[in-house]
Unconditional design. Structure first.
Length: 183
């Protein structure tokens, strides 16, 4: 499940920074200042306690975002507040991209209800609780990547799930299908 989510979040390990939807016409957040994109997105989650001029959009292979997540990752990895004061460090090395991804999986995704029993949909909800649900095309894309990972390792897809889910609502509630947990 972790590999499938990481592959989705990172565009197949190609992107270390969050992409902004093309319809916003501000391109990919590749520069040091993505404030215009985030203001337009309405997702600038800055708080008064955040360092001035810092933007905590998604970075790393699981695209952690928000100052609180950068602070938690930085402390958990033994860096003090370094990732808070310089969030772009997450994208500068493969090691930090992976470490922050595994930090987030271990601290946020794995303890999420349903994940331990293998419900793939619950991992999606843990990563993007308000952005994706069973009706969202990205949720279907994530699940299809999950099935591809299964096939790549020559592991049969869990009972009750087809190789490719065109309508994930058709598998929700099937106890052995990892799409369970989406709503």
């Amino acid at each position: 499940m972790a590999l499938a989510q990481i592959l989705h979040e990172s565009g197949g390990l190609q992107c270390k920074k969050e992409k902004v939807p093309p319809h916003l016409q501000c391109g990919r957040c590749t520069g040091g200042d993505c404030s215009y994109c985030y203001t337009k997105l309405g997702r600038n989650s800055r708080r008064e306690t955040d360092p001035p001029g810092k933007f905590y959009y998604g970075r790393g292979y699981i695209q952690i975002s928000g100052c609180a997540n950068y602070r938690a990752a930085s402390h958990d990895l033994g860096f003090g507040d370094i990732l808070v004061s310089n969030p772009d460090l997450v994208t500068r090395t493969e090691e930090l991209c992976w470490k922050t991804a595994f930090f987030y999986w271990k601290r946020v995704v794995h303890p999420y209800p349903g994940v331990a029993r293998g419900a793939f949909g619950c991992t999606t909800k843990a990563i993007n609780p308000t952005l994706e649900n069973v009706n969202h095309p990205k949720a279907i894309e994530r699940f299809n990547i999950y099935n591809s990972v299964y096939r790549s390792f020559e592991i049969s897809v869990p009972t009750g799930c087809s190789d490719t889910v065109r309508d994930p609502r058709s598998v929700v509630g099937q106890s052995l299908c990892p799409f369970t947990g989406m709503s």
